[in-house]
Design a protein around this ligand. Sequence first.
Ligand code: XIL
Length: 380
Amino acid sequence: MPPDLNRRRVLAAMAALPVDGPGGAEPAPASLRAAARLSGRWYGGAARLDHLQGDADFRAALVRECGVLTPELELKWAALEPRRGELDFRRMDALIDFARQAGVAVHGHTLVWHRSIPDWAQAAMQGPADWRLIERYFASVIPRYGEAITRWDVVNEPIDPAAADGLRDSAYKRAFGPDYVRRALETARVFAPNAKLMINEYGLEYDDAEDRPRRAAFLRLLDRLQAKGAPLDGVGLQSHLNLGKGRLSQTSLRAFLHELAARGLFVSVSELDVKELDYASPVERRDAAVAALAQAYLDAALDEPRMVGVTTWGLSDRYSWLEVTPADLRRFPGAWRDGSTPGVNRGLPLDAALQRKPMYQAMLAAFAAAPGKTAGSSII
Ligand code: XIL
């Protein structure tokens, strides 16, 4: 679809909403989910059940803005099975019920992640390798949410470019060898015959000394998996952007996404947020920097026709996992002497008061300008 037609549709959707603001002159913007939908994609946010349950305003904002909800904690193995065989589905079930009632889809994050292995399973994996451990876990979780979850991050963060095989030295790799990624996909496929199976990874966003080898290792992993016929449908780029990382190359990002798409995979932005660098500037300057980076990233990412959706890791700065650290503050000696504070990291579309920020507008603009997608229309 030509970008201008897309933009007209977004503007039409905006105009249909009631006006807001004192003058009433500005039409209220459409939601992010509506803007994404107009480009044939999804927009979603990650959130925790306790925040959704305890904060009605946040809950309303999430339902208004997000077509997809990613459980921030509730679907991780350590949260579900803290003691062997004692599966506690209460929080995840509640999250699914909430999403169903709100008309929001749920993204399956995540089955195999080195940072969410229960202690007892860590210990078990140090004994003789027994894949039934993983089978049992998948069998108890995946079919339970079979209707509600149509996309799974089967493996999260497997890459370490420093390793000879490009795979992180995790408990999974130590127990089952580097083939564990393929086996996890095969096992997930048994229990989720129709779901989209994905690998999710970070550090693929920049054309710098850190991310370049990560991109190469990631592509090598995908090639090995595909050579063995592993059931892999798509990949998630976490997209934790960082204003301290220097320039973002749209050209190299487009080329990397093209490499992924050329493998027949669909691609998504799965955990977008922006870590700030300069906490001492006026808020307007900070917000403009965050918005510019998010827009530069999304403008390039959404050029890829096989890019199917965008999720931010959180929705509001009120509950961002990104913190302003003491080390961040030490970079600005003498700042905040007047008793003011830098506040929270402002790297999500809504501020801590749930107001739309320049990043929000940048995302609307990126969706409006995005060419239509070609891949996987059934997965949004
Ligand atoms: C994070 C959550 O946001 C935190 O609350 C939790 O303590 C640790 O996990 N990449 C991922 C996510 O894939 O699962 C992580 O979520 C953030 C980094």
